[in-house]
Design a protein around this ligand. Structure first.
Ligand SMILES: O=C(O)c1ccc[n+]([C@@H]2O[C@H](COP(=O)([O-])O)[C@@H](O)[C@H]2O)c1
Ligand SMILES: Cc1cc2nc[nH]c2cc1C
Length: 600
């Protein structure tokens, strides 16, 4: 046998037992031979085309096995240098979910504030997230604690780890969609807020909150396209050849270039996803355009969800009044005794708040939380502080024991009123816009110049005195106000007023008993801020009845993530705005309950 004959002989190709088993010959003969079947390709394409950012969810639980499949898909994503920087935090705790929903509510208003008026109104009409409804939250975070240069491929593109996490999210999205699950990627957060909520260490950054559950919508097109917000660009507008080009020419004109912290909340679920879904499901069957009542629709859905559709068509105004020693410093245009007069008129059913409540179909509870005079206002519920009150500038507004008692009494009143339906807050207290401005500075970080308003009718001189008083009060209590979130009751003791403390208790008690709480003007909204600081889940119960004329009110509502139903520049106090809003909500509920239903 010649050497030549030996070379001509063929041996079977040694097929490797690990790795790629194909041969060069096979790949040359059929370059497309790695493809899946046409049916599989068709399915993949329809899953990609049919993926939607889901905002509405059904309450039914997602089986653990399906969640595991979705997470497995995420974990199979490509990653820079095979670094697998993603971590998945599965959130089931309603307290954490509620806090996240509050953050998103706030970010929503912040974002609207950056848009033109028209875009802002349209944005506020959009349903941008389903945090409260979705049974599961999955927060995808990127662990960036290693230096970029230590990861293959990241030295030059240091953000490639974030892109890897985005690939994981898309995999999860597709895997969820294929299984009929819905997923929504919510980025309506200040990232630092989300990091703090979930105790993320330095260097671990959140990519957003994925709402996951069975979808309660099946949109054939992207929601934002359906809402005429935007539409998908033609492919040719986003593809270029060889180099960056000037874009498509239309009609001869070249186009532009292509373009946890610890929660004080117990395990109670304040607003279970199932009831919110039931309320929106019901609204969906109306013979009316979706979300036809606009801003009012949200409030009505919230009320119906809280009451599982059985909220009584009524409610109670809790009107609390107190005197304020700070008024002796010349901060009000009116004398102290007006507070008592108004409470007496309220008991007689003749004060502006009492009449407003009656005409809205609400009952009234009048509370004397310390109006001038030794005797309580006759026929009012008496909750006077038993220790001396202070003027904020030289001494604390209240003794801590009085604050705790007012909170307790308020809780009891709120719990009782909750049975009647809506709970509206009302306050009266000459001088209390100064107190409210000081509290607003502490809770929002605004300056006295930005918070002090004209109250019941101050002139320029009085406004200037109010500013000085608020500045001095804040200077006296600086270290305590800085740490107010650790002990909101101490802030009430330092700078609060008895009626504000009592109403804070009312918010806590009413929310605990499941009722919606309608806030009023500035001093009638701060109890909401303080109650949420004490029990974050309370936020789900709050409705901003109105935005009053007082300066800090807009910022206080923004910090709560609440959009007011009315904005009439009221300055009446007494819960008048809350009653007007309650009347609107009750009417909205009647409309919602009475309108014709369509067949499923
Ligand atoms: O609700 C508001 O935002 C509001 C705005 C201005 C005035 N008020 C009412 O006016 C009183 C406080 O005003 P003042 O000027 O005495 O601080 C108090 O009784 C409030 O109910 C209330
Ligand atoms: C008359 C009057 C009525 C009020 N009600 C609430 N704040 C008030 C302030 C004044 C001055």
């Amino acid at each position: 046998m010649s050497a030549h004959e030996t070379q001509a002989a063929t041996w079977p190709r040694p097929t490797p037992l690990v790795g790629d088993a194909t041969s060069a010959h096979e790949r040359r003969a059929d370059p497309a031979g790695w493809a899946f079947s046409p049916e599989a390709i068709g399915t993949l394409d329809s899953v990609i085309a049919g993926r939607r950012d889901i905002r509405r969810f059904r309450p039914e639980a997602v089986p653990d096995s399906l969640l595991a499949e979705v997470l497995t898909a995420g974990h199979q994503a490509p990653s820079v240098g095979h670094s697998q920087p993603w971590r998945f935090i599965v959130v089931r705790d309603p307290a954490i979910r509620d806090r996240a929903a509050h953050l998103a509510d706030r970010a929503r208003l912040d974002q609207a504030g950056l848009l033109t008026n028209d875009r802002a109104a349209r944005m506020l009409d959009l349903k941008l997230e389903g945090l409260r409804e979705a049974p599961l939250g999955v927060v995808v975070v990127c662990d960036r604690r290693v230096p970029a240069s230590g990861v293959l491929g990241r030295a030059t593109f240091p953000d490639a780890d974030l892109w890897s996490c985005a690939c994981a999210i898309e995999n999860m999205w597709l895997a969820a969609r294929a299984r009929g699950l819905g997923m929504g990627w919510v980025t309506l957060f200040e990232p630092d807020d989300l990091s703090a909520l979930l105790d993320l260490p330095e260097g671990v950054v959140p990519m957003g909150w994925m709402c996951l559950g069975w979808p309660d919508e099946r949109p054939p097109a992207p929601g934002l396209e359906r809402a005429a917000w935007s539409k998908r660009m033609p492919l040719e507008d986003v593809v270029m050849h060889d180099r960056w080009a000037g874009g498509r020419t239309v009609d001869g004109v070249p186009g532009a270039s292509p373009t946890a912290p610890a929660s004080h909340l117990g395990p109670r679920d304040h607003l279970p996803p199932s009831s919110l879904a039931a309320a929106t499901d019901d609204a969906d069957t109306l013979l009316a355009p979706p979300e036809s009542l606009g801003v009012l629709d949200r409030a009505v859905s919230r009320v119906e969800a809280l009451g599982r559709g059985k909220t009584p068509l009524g409610g109670t105004l809790i009107l609390a009044g107190a005197s304020h020693p700070v008024s002796a410093l010349g901060v009000s245009a009116f004398p102290d005794r007006v507070t008592r007069d108004v409470l007496e008129a309220a008991v007689a059913g003749e004060s502006m708040g009492a009449v407003s409540a009656r005409s809205a179909g609400l009952g009234v509870i009048v509370v004397d939380a310390g109006a001038l005079g030794d005797a309580s206002v006759p026929w009012a519920f008496s909750a006077k502080p038993s220790h001396p009150q202070g003027d904020l500038v030289s001494t604390d507004a209240m003794h801590r024991l009085d604050v705790d008692r007012l909170l307790d009494v308020g809780r009891g009143l709120g719990e009782g009123a909750a049975r009647g339906g809506l709970v509206a807050l009302g306050e009266v207290g000459i001088g209390n816009t100064t107190v409210a401005a000081a509290l607003a500075c502490a809770v929002t970080g605004l300056t006295p110049r930005e918070t002090v308003g004209i109250g019941a009718g101050a002139d320029a001189e009085i406004v200037e005195r109010k500013r000085e008083v608020v500045e001095q009060a804040l200077a006296r209590t600086a270290s305590r106000t800085a740490a107010w979130r650790d002990d909101p009751a101490d802030l009430l003791a330092a700078l609060g007023g008895p009626e504000i403390a009592l109403l804070t208790g009312v918010v806590l008690g009413a929310a605990d008993a499941g009722a919606p709480v309608i806030l009023d003007g500035l001093a009638g909204s701060l109890p909401g801020v303080l109650a949420v600081a004490m029990e974050p889940g309370v936020q789900a119960h709050l409705i901003a009845g109105q935005q009053s004329r007082e300066r800090a009110h807009a910022e206080v509502l923004r910090s709560l993530g609440l959009e007011p139903l009315l904005s009439l520049r009221l300055r009446s106090g007494e819960g008048v705005g809350a009653c007007l809003a309650a009347s609107l909500i009750l009417q909205g509920m009647k409309v919602r309950r009475g309108v014709a239903r369509t067949a499923p």
